[in-house]
Design a protein around this ligand. Structure first.
Ligand code: BGC
Length: 737
């Protein structure tokens, strides 16, 4: 997959046109691995530097400490730390960076931050970036997130999270690209390229399996058969490495009974040896010490030894390397050569990032690059394509010209703080526009827009003035209600056992529906919710995965018809929480659901099918797919499957549609998934127009691994399905020789 992604990425990125962006001063130099003579010269510089380093200075390069948390800036001067995290204020960053000059060897610092969807300008959360199905926009969001963080002196990010996410109960779905391995791999590569082009070294995380905790419970153990590890969990990492990520973070969890941070087969065996990863591996937050909690180490010294011998080069925040690595080496329990290899990897990244030759950081220039017109335009461009329209009953949207008044309900429509992973207090912040204002601006003075919060706070969990919201709704032609999760139920450590809307929101929504007014629901959520209870009773549903700074503008554009929605679901939306985990590329069973009979796979109290399938998303236009043609009936195992399909915009305005190509191997040595996405492309089709879309994917991408991790591509017949979601029905067949 690595080579494939590397080959396809420029193509993918070139295919989707970028909006013309506002003028902007040139950005920082793009980060990428150097090759050939340059790379060899770097290794010689590392040799020379290593020869001058004391053991303490070497270990210092492997320590990552964070702002607050007991860290003291003089540690930089003492050579006790090579990396710091969670600094965001430019003056503080300048001060900590300046301490390098006081150190004996003056090895530059790397400064890390989880800039997962922005820094001053916010972008849709990563799952919302994936729902654009537009790698060019994903890359753009990462580029600006990086460029802004870089402007204040940060140079490393703990992103992208590229864990496969197939369980809506897990709170970190928002940081990933969803359930499909091909989409996740394309997005992983686009994010690495975008961040590093914007000047931040990336961290592909969490190696590996973190996104598949049992029961969807964060940090819980993970059980993944070898074949699935290779077919589903590892490909996004290969893609990220192929795209040039400088670092990789280990998972907090234990997979198949071994905590990843202490798993030598994974970290050294697969990542460093088989994948040839040349950068450094960083632990997750305190995960070295947590080997004690996992029951894999008796104390911090053993934890340090086990993690280090597994191949974890840098210790994030546990202090175990700082406290114990030297003793472990002196006692001969850790070979000195292993220390040199780890330090070499950290120095290699610093050299390839160009840090040794960088001019000193000037905090005075920071503001120039924050929340600029260009970054805000980019944010709007991504938000527009991120919105997924799940329902549009009797074409309720865009609003008809007969609509004279709109009631906007829900504090989420007006609060002016973007959700953010890292606290970047003290920086220039953009106040995101409010939805009622944006609707008014676009609709002009002839349409009145009123607002009622409905809930006590924008954080959604406490009931507010429901009666007031109902009165506002009753006085309007249309109701637009923006609902979502509680602010404390987003992201890490926020697993849920219930995927329904919180009861107070459900009650508010019911009251609004009872007015008889058409209700447009905006879901300002971070994962699939169960919408079954209300979806048939509302006029329209727009899924917005926290769209970022310009999200309300993008929503107003869709509601008023200025933007034709084109987002697609990167995760299946279940009908009931009990269906989870639910994903489209499941295996067939010996007893498929054919007649709804008892002894066929399914549930006795719920349908087998989800509410909305993977890849689904409506448009104001109707798109027809036909004339599917493969270029040949047979393809060689080393060849490329190629063909084309006609996409026609049969009614509605010009719009963008995502052509999705799925493949099913009819008979194999193992049971093969019902279908798997192998190609997608977003295309623009004029009103009444049609385009012929060509598709191609290597036959090799149809292969799979067995339980010994051996890869094979099997000859035989394969079915192709082409359409605009994972239920696509247009089909053709080919043979692999
Ligand atoms: C998360 C990581 C994150 C780190 C630093 C951990 O708890 O799992 O993804 O990068 O904290 O913020």
């Amino acid at each position: 997959m690595t080579a494939l992604i590397r080959r396809l990425l420029p193509l993918l990125l070139a295919l989707t046109p970028l909006p013309a962006l506002a003028q902007q001063p040139a950005g920082p130099p793009a980060l990428a691995w150097k090759t050939g003579a340059e790379a060899r010269a770097i290794e010689r510089r590392i040799d020379a530097l290593l020869a001058r380093m004391t053991m303490a200075e070497k270990i210092g390069q492997l320590n990552l400490f964070g702002r607050g948390d007991g860290f003291r800036p003089e540690w930089v001067a003492e050579g006790r730390t090579g990396a710091v995290m969670n600094f965001t204020a430019p003056a503080e960053i300048a001060a900590v960076r300046a301490r390098v000059a006081e150190s004996r060897l003056k090895i530059p610092l790397i400064l890390g931050l989880d800039a997962i969807n922005g820094f001053a300008t916010y972008f849709p959360q990563p799952i919302g970036q994936a729902s654009t199905f537009n790698p060019r926009l994903v890359e753009l969001a990462s580029y600006w997130s990086a460029r802004e963080a870089r402007a204040v002196g940060i140079n490393w990010t703990f992103a992208p999270m590229i864990d496969m996410t197939r369980d809506a109960r897990w709170g970190r779905n928002m940081e990933g690209a969803g359930e499909d391995v091909h989409l996740a791999s394309v997005v992983a590569a686009a994010r690495v390229v975008g961040y590093q082009r914007g000047g931040l070294a990336t961290t592909a995380k969490h190696f590996v399996g973190y996104g598949a905790p049992e029961g969807g419970r964060d940090y819980n153990s993970v059980w993944i058969p070898v074949s699935q590890l290779w077919d589903y969990q590892l490909p996004p990492f290969r893609a990220a490495i192929g795209a040039g990520t400088f670092s990789v973070m280990t998972s907090l969890s234990a997979m198949n009974g071994i905590a990843a941070t202490g798993d030598r087969d994974l970290v050294t065996g697969i990542l460093k040896q088989r994948f040839g990863f040349r950068g450094f591996v960083v632990s997750d937050f305190d995960s070295v010490r947590e080997l004690i909690n996992h029951g894999m180490a008796a104390d911090r010294a053993e934890a340090a030894r086990k993690a280090f011998l597994a191949g974890v080069d840098m210790d994030m925040m546990s202090g175990a390397y700082d406290a114990h690595l030297a003793d472990e080496i002196r006692a001969g329990r850790v070979p000195a050569a292993a220390l040199d290899d780890a330090v070499r990897r950290v120095l290699r990244v610093k050299f390839h990032m160009g840090l040794f030759d960088e001019p000193p950081f000037d905090p005075a220039t920071a503001a120039r690059d924050l929340a600029t017109p260009a970054s805000r335009e980019a944010s709007l461009a991504v938000a527009r394509e991120s919105i997924v329209m799940l329902r549009n009953h009797e074409q309720a949207l865009p609003l008809r010209s007969s609509v004279r008044s709109i009631a906007v309900v829900g504090g989420a429509a007006t609060h002016q703080e973007d959700w953010q992973y890292s606290d970047n207090a003290g920086l220039p912040r953009v106040r995101p526009p409010k939805l009622p204002d944006e609707l008014s601006r676009l609709l002009g003075p002839d349409v009145s827009v009123s607002f009622a919060p409905g809930l006590a706070t924008h954080c959604n969990l406490a009931a507010g003035d429901t009666a007031g919201a109902v009165r506002t709704a009753e006085a309007a032609d249309v109701v637009v209600v923006m609902l979502g999760e509680d602010c404390e139920q987003i992201g890490e450590g926020t697993s849920r056992a219930h995927l329904d809307l919180p009861p107070v929101q459900q009650a508010l929504l019911d009251a609004l529906i009872t007015t008889g007014k058409p209700v447009v629901v905006i879901l300002h959520t971070t994962r699939p919710f169960v919408l079954t209870r209300f979806e048939g009773r509302v006029a329209a549903i727009l899924q917005a995965f926290h769209l970022g700074t310009e999200g309300r503008t993008a929503l107003a554009e869709v509601i008023t018809g200025r933007t034709n929605p084109s987002g697609k679901l990167p995760m299946t939306f279940p009908r009931a929480t009990g269906q989870v985990p639910i994903y489209y590329d499941r295996l067939p069973t010996g007893r498929p659901r054919l007649t709804d009979a008892r002894y066929e796979t399914g549930y006795t109290d719920e349908k087998l099918e989800p509410l909305y399938p993977f890849g689904f998303g409506l448009s104001f236009s109707r798109f027809g797919f036909d004339a599917l043609a493969l270029d040949a009936p047979r393809f060689a195992r080393t060849g490329t499957v190629s063909g084309s399909v006609r996409v026609a915009n049969t009614s509605g305005p010009a719009g963008k549609e995502v052509v999705q190509v799925y493949v099913h191997q009819r008979v194999g040595s193992r049971s093969r998934p019902l279908r798997q996405l192998r190609f997608f492309e977003k295309v623009e089709v004029a009103a009444g127009g049609e385009v012929r879309v060509r598709f191609a994917f290597p036959v090799r991408s149809l292969g799979f691994h067995d339980d010994q991790g051996r890869f094979r591509v099997e000859p035989g017949e394969y079915d192709v399905y082409v359409g605009n979601d994972s239920n696509a029905t247009l089909t053709a067949r080919f043979t692999v020789n």
